[in-house]
Design a protein around this ligand. Structure first.
Ligand SMILES: Nc1ncnc2c1ncn2[C@@H]1O[C@H](COP(=O)(O)OP(=O)(O)OP(=O)(O)O)[C@@H](O)[C@H]1O
Ligand SMILES: O=C(O)[C@@H](O)C(=O)CO
Length: 420
């Protein structure tokens, strides 16, 4: 392996695996697989990039650092020459972490300064200008992310946000420097951490060239856009993916994301498909369980059934006040994981999941049930979301909360069975 990624959640892992597998013309991408957690055996032969997906975005800082360092050790043991720490394109974190402490631990372990920090992902509207993060035409803090259930983002100034999470120096390489090209960018990367402006894919390709040979890079999936070609041009990689085989069979959609995009997708899907709105107080009381969801799904197999907990910011806030933020999240993650486990036992073939935490819980349950940790990267459903193929003819789609078009759920299921 040449590029090794440590992703702080599973949808983010899928997102960057998709970028690395696709690459850009004319070189194309790298042979890439996504792993559920840190594997305890070597990677399959022939891979050029590997993405270790962790659930380290919202866990305690010490755990996030320890898991990330373990992932680093495994990736280095697979021969990786460049490590990417992948976090959310909306920089999801709190003043306690986990982006700063994890980035700092990785930089120390790899003895790196001048480490790139760039969450830009222009294809989904995330751009960085003068060190400030935008989602389409809004600053991050006015984009809806200020209401996120676990990591509310109320400050769009990434230098300030990251400085609250680390003692290291944080600087900005502004757009005017990025526009001057790779050499100017490299010369300007003098701080411990350097927030890199990028407003287009062309900027990301310039950054990719500037980051050639760096042992550590951090960012959203966009920062990986220009990295495969460095290895392909140097003759170290040849690229090309394992062809995707569509699968038929019973299907389910599970949504735990409360983001605006997911709630729009839920509303759209509910117009023409069987839909179960999960009663969260009943889940907390134990009267709605995984069995409730599985019964609903199996009763509606063949009609794209959706079970969702997604609620509005007011509903989420009320539930968190009543039960505690962590308690609701843990209960719902457990519910979705148990549901996925039972669905695998019943032979589910196509499973679409919305939300990073939710996807982590589900993907871990599915991979454990199937006894696999490597997932092959299939066709892209929407920017940042590929179909994943697992052993046993099971396909997964792990959708970041805010990604995907309104008809994402039906589109994903159709692509999995080759009818899109
Ligand atoms: N109705 C609800 N009330 C309170 N919390 C909820 C509710 N529904 C889901 N949650 C919790 O909110 C969190 C949503 O996070 P998740 O990462 O799955 O989605 P997201 O943040 O929109 O996605 P992403 O991380 O990809 O942007 C989960 O921990 C989930 O358990
Ligand atoms: O970068 C993003 O926005 C996504 O890959 C993600 O990490 C959301 O969970």
């Amino acid at each position: 392996m040449l590029i090794g990624v440590i992703a702080d959640d599973f949808t983010g892992g899928s997102d960057i695996a998709n970028t690395l597998a696709k690459g850009v013309a004319p070189e194309g991408g790298l042979r890439t697989a996504q792993f559920c957690g840190v594997p305890d055996s070597p990677a399959p032969d022939g891979l050029e990039a590997g993405v270790v997906s962790l659930k380290s975005r919202s866990c305690p800082v010490d755990e996030a650092v320890a898991d990330s360092l373990k992932a680093l050790d495994w990736l280095l043991a697979q021969g990786c020459e460049q490590i990417v720490f992948k976090y959310c394109s909306t920089f999801d974190s709190t003043d306690a972490g986990n982006i700063g402490p994890v980035a700092e631990a990785l930089a120390t372990a790899l003895d790196q300064r001048g480490v790139a920090v760039c969450p830009a992902f222009p294809a989904t509207g995330r751009t960085v200008y003068q060190g400030h993060l935008f989602v389409f035409d809004r600053l991050l803090s006015e984009s809806g992310m200020q209401n996120h259930p676990l990591t509310p983002m109320t400050d769009p100034d990434l230098r300030r946000v990251l400085s609250r999470q680390t003692r290291a120096s944080v600087g900005v390489v502004p757009f005017s420097t990025v526009a001057q090209g790779a050499q100017a960018i490299r010369a300007a990367m003098v701080d411990d951490f350097c927030i890199l402006d990028a407003v287009s894919d062309a900027d990301l390709l310039t950054l990719g060239a500037a980051l050639e040979g760096r042992a550590l890079v951090t960012g959203g999936s966009g920062i990986a856009l220009g990295l495969p070609r460095n290895f392909i041009r140097a003759g170290q990689a040849s690229g090309g993916q394992v062809p995707f085989t569509p699968v038929q069979g019973f299907e389910a959609i599970l949504a735990g994301s409360c983001s605006g995009a997911t709630r729009g997708q839920v509303e759209h899907h509910a117009r023409n498909h069987p839909t179960l709105a999960i009663d969260v107080p009943a889940v907390m009381a134990g009267s709605v369980t995984a069995q409730t969801l599985v019964d609903f799904i199996t009763n509606h197999a063949g009609h794209a059934p959706l079970a969702y907990s997604s609620g509005s910011p007011d509903e989420v806030a009320a539930l968190q006040t009543r039960y505690g933020r962590a308690a609701v999240a843990a209960k719902l993650d457990g519910l979705f994981a148990d549901t996925a486990r039972q669905l695998v036992a019943q032979g589910v073939k196509r499973l679409v999941v919305a939300g990073g935490e939710t996807s982590g819980a589900v993907a871990q349950a599915v991979s454990a049930a199937l006894g696999v940790d490597a997932m092959q990267i299939g066709p892209e459903i929407d920017p940042g979301v590929p179909v994943l193929s697992l052993k046993g003819g099971v396909t997964l789609a792990l959708k970041s909360g805010n990604f995907g078009s309104t008809d994402f759920f039906a589109k994903a299921l159709a692509l999995m069975e080759g009818t899109a």
